[in-house]
Design a protein around this ligand. Structure first.
Ligand SMILES: [Zn+2]
Length: 361
């Protein structure tokens, strides 16, 4: 049953409604199909199952966020923070674990704000380790540029000994070390936190890793790098990016599970929804009112949509974000509901299926 629900949650997270000039138009399903073919099961299901199998109560889970491009997205883009906030809520309320937000300091502001709107405080280590406070996250700023990034990643893993690492809309370089926007232009490596080193080190240690993205240039897409570059080749008239580096749009960084979605936040919400279903508790997933508060909090803390500082995410309206959450809540609740109907029989497998004789006419 979980895989059936995951199938349709994947589809909801992959509904494309970007406007016609958006550079990723038409790539959602080719990227999803490639990710699905490689992994063989619904992506949100695989991510949720991996989290349930690996994360125990009291563990730390590293959440990587921030898709900023200074000065256009100075405090980060608003696709990312709400996805992280949703996962922080699901991990806290559902698994009893503690999220650790890692990213560029400026971009952590919207993540913290969205997380607080979702019900997750940010306090200090003592509150968690000594007082065992739940629904509490920590923040760890990560330096910009390559210098010291690998060491910082190792330091964070040594410090928290996390049982999962998840990136949402987190950019990373291609195998040549070149970073790209979703439109294929090169990004300055000095403006980005090189948290992909943390992911690579986590994989060496056997820590469960998940990448959630929507463009191919985020952590996780290394799993289907050749396929991503083929998808972009069609748009870029034979080249795999727009900067001429020759290394392609796709990141080098692969993760254990890649969740490819139409909008990264929706991929993360899909994983939260699967956690809610598999743990039998719809409360784990934010509702539509909470989603509205999360979006507004993220934007008021500085995050920016592609069309400006309004709570539109990847050119889709606040109403669309709430609608997706409403439908996910419906899928989880209906999946969990056990009601008596039609003659008092519970609608469970084996009872309704072919067991009832038809009344004679
Ligand atoms: Zn390039």
């Amino acid at each position: 049953m979980a895989e059936i629900i995951g199938e349709y949650i994947d589809r909801l997270a992959n509904l494309e409604m970007l406007d016609s000039i958006y550079p990723r138009r038409g790539k959602t399903m080719p990227l999803y199909d490639a990710a699905r073919a490689k992994q063989g099961a619904p992506l949100t299901y695989l991510a949720a199952k991996g989290l349930i199998d690996n994360v125990k109560q009291g563990d730390y889970v590293i959440l990587l966020s921030g898709a900023g491009i200074s000065p256009w997205l100075e405090w980060g883009e608003n696709d990312g923070p709400c996805g992280i906030a949703s996962l922080a809520r699901a991990i806290s309320f559902g698994l009893g674990a503690n999220p650790v937000y890692v990213g560029n300091e400026k971009e952590l502001g919207p993540v913290i704000a969205a997380g607080m709107a979702a019900g997750i405080s940010v306090l200090n280590r003592e509150a968690i380790d000594v007082y065992k406070r739940k629904a509490t996250a920590l923040k760890v700023p990560f330096p910009l540029g390559e210098k010291g990034a690998k060491e910082k990643g190792i330091e964070i893993l040594d410090d928290f000994n996390p049982t999962a690492v998840i990136g949402v809309e987190k950019h990373a370089p291609n195998p040549l070390g070149v970073w790209h926007t979703a439109a294929g232009q090169a990004l300055s490596a000095d403006t980005q936190p090189h948290v992909h080193h943390l992911v690579e080190e986590a994989k060496k240690r056997g820590i469960f890793t998940v990448g959630i993205g929507d463009g191919g240039n985020e952590i996780g897409y290394g799993l289907i790098r050749d396929e991503v570059n083929e998808v972009y080749k069609a748009q870029f008239e034979g080249t795999t990016c727009q900067c001429g580096c020759g290394g392609g749009e796709s990141t080098a960084t692969a993760t254990d599970v890649l969740v490819s979605a139409s909008i990264s936040n929706w991929g993360a919400y899909g994983v939260s929804a699967m956690l809610a279903y598999m743990l039998g508790n719809a409360f784990i997933l934010q509702d539509a009112d909470t989603e509205k508060r999360m979006l507004e909090a993220s934007v008021m803390a500085g995050s920016t949509g592609i069309i400006g500082t309004v709570p539109w995410v990847d050119r889709t309206s606040p109403g669309a974000q709430q609608a997706v959450v409403t439908l996910l809540q419906e899928m989880v609740n209906n999946g969990l509901r056990r009601t008596f109907s039609y003659g008092g029989l519970p609608q469970v497998k084996g009872v309704m299926e072919g067991a009832l004789p038809r009344p004679k006419e």
